[in-house]
Write a protein that binds this ligand. Structure first.
Ligand code: FES
Length: 269
C-alpha cells in the first residue's frame, strides 16, 4: 500500500509519483486532494490528486521541492512507500453551467488543473486549455493537457515557448476573438489567479479557482487553511479547495502566504 510505482522528474524541482493507492483511486474526483507525511512526526503535505486510474488503483501526485518535507519526499524512489497517505479529501469541483470551459494552469498549478480538464473532456465539454510558466524548461504536462483539450495554448513569460506573456494574455485574446466561454477554472500562483479573476469579472464569466493552502489537520478543526469567500469564513480543506474566484479575498491569501514565507525563512536561518 502507498508504494511508489513510478517516478518522473518533470522539471529540476518538480517531481511526479504514481502511487499504488486503490482505496483513494476508487473514490477520487477532480479537485480533491490527499495529505501525506514522509515521517511519523513530520509535517503534513497537502497535494492535489493530479490524476487517478481506478482500474490500476493508482493516483498521480506532483509536487515541488521547496522545503525540508518536500525534499525528503523527493528522495523517495520507486519501490519506497509513503508511510502516511490520507484521502481523498475536500470537495470535488462543482462546475458552473455551460458547455464551453477554459482550464488555466500556471506553474505547478498545471498538475491540479489537469484532472479538471480531463474530467470535463470525458463529459463532453468543449475544453480550451492554457498553461503558463516563466520559461519553457518549467513547462510540464503539455502532452497530457493537449490530449484532453479541444484547443490548447502555451504562454511563457520570456517567450521561449508559445505565446510571450501570461496566461491572461491568451485569455484576453480568446475573449476579444469572441470565443464562447461559459466558465473558467484556474489554478496557479495567487497573483495569476487574481489576474484571471479580475479579467473574467469584467466580462462576467464564472470562474473557479483552487487553493493550495497551508494545512495542518485537514479536517476543518485547526483553522490553518482559513479563507474568506463572499465575506464568509471557509476552510480550504473541507469547503474547498475550489472556490468562486469572484468572491474570494485574494489579498488575505497573499498576506497569509507572505506571513508563512517569513516564518519559513526564520526556521531556515
Ligand atoms: S487544515 Fe485545519 S482547518 Fe483546514
Amino acid at each position: 500500500m502507498n508504494k511508489i510505482i513510478e517516478r518522473r522528474d518533470l522539471t529540476p524541482s518538480l517531481i511526479q509519483f504514481i502511487v499504488d493507492a486503490p482505496m483513494i483511486a476508487r473514490r477520487a474526483q477532480p479537485g480533491q486532494f490527499i495529505i501525506l507525511k514522509v515521517r511519523e512526526q513530520g509535517e503534513r503535505i497537502p497535494l492535489t490528486i493530479a490524476d487517478f486510474d481506478r482500474e490500476r488503483g493508482t493516483i498521480t501526485l506532483v509536487f515541488q521541492v521547496v522545503g525540508k518535507s518536500t525534499s525528503l519526499l523527493g528522495q523517495l524512489q520507486p519501490g519506497d512507500s509513503i508511510p502516511d497517505l490520507l484521502g481523498p479529501l475536500g470537495e470535488p469541483t462543482e462546475h458552473p453551467q455551460g458547455k464551453y470551459a477554459v482550464c488555466i494552469g500556471g506553474g505547478v498549478g498545471v498538475a491540479p488543473v489537469y484532472p479538471e480538464a480531463k474530467g470535463l473532456h470525458q463529459h463532453g465539454y468543449h475544453v480550451t486549455s492554457i498553461i503558463g510558466a516563466r520559461t519553457r524548461d518549467l513547462l510540464f504536462f503539455e502532452e497530457e493537457m493537449a490530449g484532453v483539450s479541444d484547443k490548447f495554448y502555451v504562454a511563457t513569460d520570456d517567450g521561449s515557448k508559445g505565446q510571450k506573456g501570461f496566461v491572461t494574455t491568451i485569455l484576453q485574446q480568446l475573449i476579444d476573438e469572441g470565443q464562447p466561454i461559459d466558465f473558467v477554472i484556474a489554478v496557479g500562483p495567487i497573483p495569476m489567479m487574481k489576474a484571471v479573476a479580475n479579467l473574467t469579472r469584467k466580462h462576467q464569466i464564472k470562474t473557479i479557482v483552487s487553493l493550495n493552502s497551508l494545512m495542518v489537520d485537514g479536517t476543518g478543526m485547526c483553522g490553518g487553511c482559513r479563507v474568506t469567500v463572499g465575506g464568509e469564513v471557509k476552510f480550504t480543506c473541507v469547503d474547498g479547495p475550489a472556490f468562486d474566484a469572484h468572491l474570494l479575498d485574494f489579498d488575505e491569501q497573499t498576506r497569509r502566504l507572505s506571513m508563512y514565507k517569513d516564518k519559513e525563512q526564520e526556521v531556515r536561518e
